[in-house]
Design a protein around this ligand. Structure first.
Ligand code: NAG
Ligand code: NAG
Ligand code: NAG
Ligand code: NAG
Ligand code: NAG
Ligand code: NAG
Ligand code: NAG
Ligand code: NAG
Length: 902
């Protein structure tokens, strides 16, 4: 940050500009940290105290300009979480700019400026070092896709207390900076430079900039360069520039007096990926033409700035530490009006909702406030929790009272280490069977009495510590079968009898002292409960070296290589695309004489506009665009899906998909009528189903009026399962839906259900290709829990998602809620134990008393099996369908006999 000048108090000089543009403080939130009063500043920005958004930290004040004092909040207590929790908008079309200002000014008289980290949501975004700059200002731009945004402070050892003086929130215009972030929600931008070129009289901000960005003065400004001054009164048509730079910023420029190269040399804080935005406006009486070079590579050749016109160029440059922007003259003198440079930061992937729900249930069962908030793994793992990426791989809870291992522990699928020592566990070791990755299990210092049977499933176990329990009887033979086991601690239990011979091998250290009688060879005659009998039972061998680690390392190496290769390829693709620069326009091959493509009609954009009455009525928002109601000349209604420009598939992929989809015809799949590929638009035309989606019918505004009866629900389930069965087993190639959910099941007038939104490459969109992402392609609450560790969706993932839909039909509630107690947040975790036990109190109130219990039992058992965490134990969709048909016919028979009786 060292080269960025902060003209913090100098804005006052420019209040003369106030009123130049008329703007409103839409959605601004400005907090004075540690402040106690509200006020309006000289820019007409309203400031309020921060007390409603944070509960930790102490308040003091520092010396400000002109002998006024500025309040600050500092955080002496580093044990808890020190976070602002700010309301965010859940609207993916928007980006939000956040500006933070940290001031020390020796408020504590210690003369020791603090160093600390700051995180925003899941991302650790900056290290603040107030020795280098005081005040320290940072700006971030990120997608507004969270309900609550946490801004947290993280102390460093001997780094002093984190301190903050102000926090500003500014929603940006729809589409602004989308060239940097596209549709991805896993990146954010951190400002490195925003320079008002050719202007050296301090920073400009609101209200000149309606989004209150700070445009810093052009530091390198020097006498050789002519600046501004030609057409200061000029205004520009900015409708094509989504970033909307302030007009005053465009009215000045840095212009070279001689025909020469204009160079900006911009050192960067970190080695990383950067996004550069260059603004040009025709304020000269001539139209200069020049090449644009970034770090000596021509990124745009022959660029012309036409008089009275404004334009922008965007570039993403990867893996750089220095930035040189050179404008190389071709004709007249090169000029530039403004530039912005942002570092592109990754937002870590989020942890699976199943894991989060399970941890919350566990927190609740401890009765303690463990301080668990937001994401378990990012920006820093929760206390007692360990992570690898976004997977929770270790959990350590000790010295508390848990009493039993609840089934919830079995939902922490990725655990490698589980430590529950000294937690008052009693009875049987249970509910751990699903933890296939578990390597270390510590259940010592409890009152466990029996091994149970689920230990057998822990095939990867390496260390098993059961010392100081009350385990009785003999040691199960199965413990000998764990090939990776190298430490088994059974000390101080009440075990007896011979140890399994399979444990008698070099690689395992078995500790057995303090038991009744526990050896490999000795026959124990004396079974008196005299536990003081000392037997020479300790067999200690050096544990063998583990090969598996090396395997993993080499696999990781291979994967790393593949990722690197992909990265390089995608980088080349980007370079290629950027060089070409021309918009990606399809050649129009389709429009020539081809009116049909494998059975799908080819529509012109004009026809689409006419059919939708110029996109008048929106009937839905899908994962990649809006859906509009349309009517074809023949009177048929259609649903018209317009894909977002920025996530377009390549032309070939789009055509491939369309030709594939148009061959799929099934009564339970929404059929594709045709498509349009023109004017950079990718549009799909589907048959229209007037009954709305299953989600609408269950939860929408109409749901209260018409209740779906149990028999209707079963019919819908059977229909949808038929559709999925066709995708999995009937079509060629087989298709995995990847986003099965109740809002993707549509109903026609007769309440027949059809599955929609399948096929369109959720695999690899162009946005993904430009940067390697592993964005989850499903919908939260429906995603196969195994996906988080395997990163692969299979047919069984569809079965899982469909199982969630079945649970929705049975329970009449959405997959995820944030009301009630933590154990009910997640539909699967909440409903499964009840339904498996045949306890139907979780069934939707509105169908209670009207279902046959055998029908319900069948449906709920198949739903529970479909949402098994282990994909291998889930049924196939064909098996699900068969069971649902049974449940359906049983319910029909029940209704018929009920009618006979009445
Ligand atoms: C200040 O902002 C308020 C609304 O926030 C507006 O009504 C008022 O006209 C503004 N005053 C000036 C001087 O711009
Ligand atoms: C912070 O405030 C708490 C109580 O509000 C007080 O006990 C503590 O001494 C303060 N810490 C500092 C460093 O001022
Ligand atoms: C998001 O913002 C756009 C643009 O203002 C608006 O049309 C849309 O309705 C918003 N969506 C939601 C879910 O608020
Ligand atoms: C903070 O900045 C000062 C001055 O630039 C430097 O000496 C110090 O090492 C920095 N501290 C850390 C932790 O980077
Ligand atoms: C600005 O330019 C756009 C597209 O070039 C055009 O549609 C619009 O009418 C122009 N607006 C003005 C005020 O000239
Ligand atoms: C940028 O330009 C400066 C001199 O103008 C040069 O020293 C430096 O090596 C250049 N950096 C890069 C990455 O091209
Ligand atoms: C640049 O554009 C001019 C006219 O616009 C053209 O004559 C010239 O060939 C172009 N140069 C290059 C390198 O494309
Ligand atoms: C077990 O936890 C209790 C507190 O719950 C503590 O007093 C005791 O020392 C712990 N015992 C062991 C062996 O760690």
């Amino acid at each position: 940050m060292e080269l960025i000048p902060f003209f913090w108090f100098s804005f006052l000089f420019f209040s003369g500009f106030v009123g130049f543009t008329l703007c409103y403080q839409d959605g601004f939130l400005s907090l004075t940290c540690g402040g106690t009063t509200s006020y309006v500043d000289s820019y007409n920005i309203s400031w309020i105290p921060d007390g409603d958004y944070i509960s930790s930290g102490n308040i003091t004040s520092v010396e400000g300009s002109s002998s006024s004092r500025i309040p600050v909040r500092f955080f002496p207590d580093s044990r808890g979480r020190n976070c602002y929790r700010l309301p965010s908008v859940t609207n993916v079309s928007f980006l939000i700019l956040v500006r933070t200002q940290f001031v020390y000014k020796n408020y504590d008289g210690l003369g020791k400026p603090p160093v600390f980290f700051v995180s925003l949501g899941r991302a650790m975004v900056t290290m603040v070092n107030l020795t280098r700059n005081d005040p320290w200002i940072e700006e971030f731009i990120f997608p507004a896709n969270m309900e609550v945004l946490s801004l947290c402070f993280h102390s460093t050892p001997n780094g002093g207390f984190p301190v903050i003086s102000s926090l500003e929130f500014r929603p940006l215009h729809e589409g602004a900076y989308s060239t940097a972030l596209g549709d991805s929600t896993d990146k954010l931008l951190k400002k490195s430079y925003r320079i008002n070129c050719g202007y050296n009289d301090g920073s400009l901000r609101y209200p000149l900039d309606q989004y209150d960005r700070m445009w810093d003065a052009d530091e390198d400004f020097s006498p050789y360069h002519v600046s501004s001054g030609f057409d200061v009164e000029s205004t520009f048509n900015l409708s094509t520039i989504k970033e909307i730079p302030p007009t005053v910023v465009l009215q000045t420029a840095r212009v070279l007096a001689r025909r020469n190269n204009l160079i900006y040399n911009l050192p960067l804080d970190n080695h990383g990926d950067y996004h550069v935005v260059l603004y040009f406006a025709g304020i000269l009486p001539v139209s200069p033409t020049f090449d644009v070079l970034i770090n000596a590579v021509v990124v745009q050749s022959n660029y012309t700035v036409t008089r009275w016109e404004a334009g922008t160029l965007f570039f993403t440059i990867r893996g750089i530490k220095n930035l040189n922007i050179t404008l190389k003259s071709i004709s007249y003198y090169p000029l530039i009006n403004a530039l912005e440079v942002y570092e592109i930061l990754d937002i870590p992937l989020e942890t699976s909702s199943t894991t989060v729900s399970a941890l919350r249930v566990i927190q609740q069962s401890t009765g303690l406030d463990l301080g668990w908030q937001d994401d378990p793994c990012s920006p820093t793992p929760w206390e007692h929790v360990g992570c690898e990426g976004n997977l929770v791989t270790s959990l350590t809870l000790s010295d508390i009272k848990l009493r039993s291992i609840s089934p919830t522990f079995g939902d922490l699928l990725d655990l490698k280490t589980l430590d529950l020592h000294n937690t008052s566990l009693a009875g049987e070791i249970q509910n751990l069977g699903g933890l296939q990755h578990l390597e270390k299990l510590n259940l010592s210092f409890n009152q466990l009495t029996s091994f149970g049977s689920e230990l057998d499933d822990l095939i990867n176990i390496q260390v098993l510590d059961l010392q100081n329990n009350s385990l009785q009887g003999t040691v199960p033979e199965s413990l000998g079968e764990f090939i990776d086991l190298h430490l088994l601690n059974l000390e101080n239990n009440k075990l007896q009898g011979p140890l399994p011979q399979a444990l008698n091998r070099e690689s395992i250290e078995v500790r057995t002292s303090g038991n009744l009688c526990l050896t490999f060879t000795t026959i124990c005659n004396d079974f008196s409960s005299n536990s003081s009998i000392q037997t020479p039972q300790v067999t200690i061998f050096t544990p063998r070296k583990h090969k598996s680690h090396r395997h993993i390392a080499s696999i990781l190496g291979a994967v790393g290589g593949a990722v690197l290769a992909l990265f390089i390829i995608s980088f080349l693709v980007i370079l290629f695309m950027r060089r070409k620069k021309t918009e990606f326009v399809y050649t129009g091959r389709l429009e020539l004489d081809m009116k049909n493509w494998n059975g799908a009609k080819v529509f012109t954009y004009k026809e689409i506009k006419a059919a939708t009455k110029n996109f008048k009525e929106t009937i839905g928002r899908g994962s990649f665009g809006c859906v509009y109601l349309g009517q074809l000349p023949d009177g048929n209604s259609v649903a018209v899906k317009v894909r977002f420009d920025k996530t377009q598939l390549g032309a070939d992929s789009f055509i491939n998909e369309v030709s594939l989809l148009s061959q799929i015809h099934h009564q339970n799949l929404v059929s594709l009528e045709g498509f349009c590929y023109e004017s950079k638009q990718q549009i799909l035309v589907y048959e229209y189903l007037p009954g709305g989606s299953l989600a609408d019918n269950l939860y929408g505004a109409n749901s209260k009026k018409i209740t779906l009866s149990w028999v209707r629900r079963l019919k819908i389930a059977v229909d949808a399962a038929k559709g999925l069965d066709y995708l999995h087993n009937g079509s060629e190639p087989r298709i995995i839906h990847r986003d099965v959910k109740s809002s993707n099941i549509l109903l026609d007038v007769e309440m027949n259900a059809k599955v929609c939104d399948f096929g369109l490459s959720k695999q690899m969109t162009q946005a993904d290709a430009t940067h390697i992402t592993t964005v989850v392609k499903g919908t939260a609450g429906y995603i196969d829990p195994e996906y988080y560790s395997t990163q692969q969706l299979t047919e069984k993932s569809d079965v899982y998602s469909f199982g969630v839909v079945l649970l929705e039909l049975i329970c009449g509630r959405e997959p995820l809620t944030h009301t009630g107690t933590p154990d009910s947040f997640n539909l699967v975790l909440w409903a499964k134990p009840y339904l498996q036990a045949g306890a139907f109190e979780v069934v939707d109130e509105s169908i209670k008393g009207s279902f046959d219990s055998e029908s319900m039992r069948r449906a709920s058992l198949i739903a529970c099996r479909s949402v098994e965490t282990d994909a291998l134990r889930r049924p196939t969709i064909a098996q699900v369908l068969a069971e649902l048909k049974e449940a359906y016919s049983i319910q029909l028979a029940y209704l018929a006999s009920a009618r006979l009786i009445n």
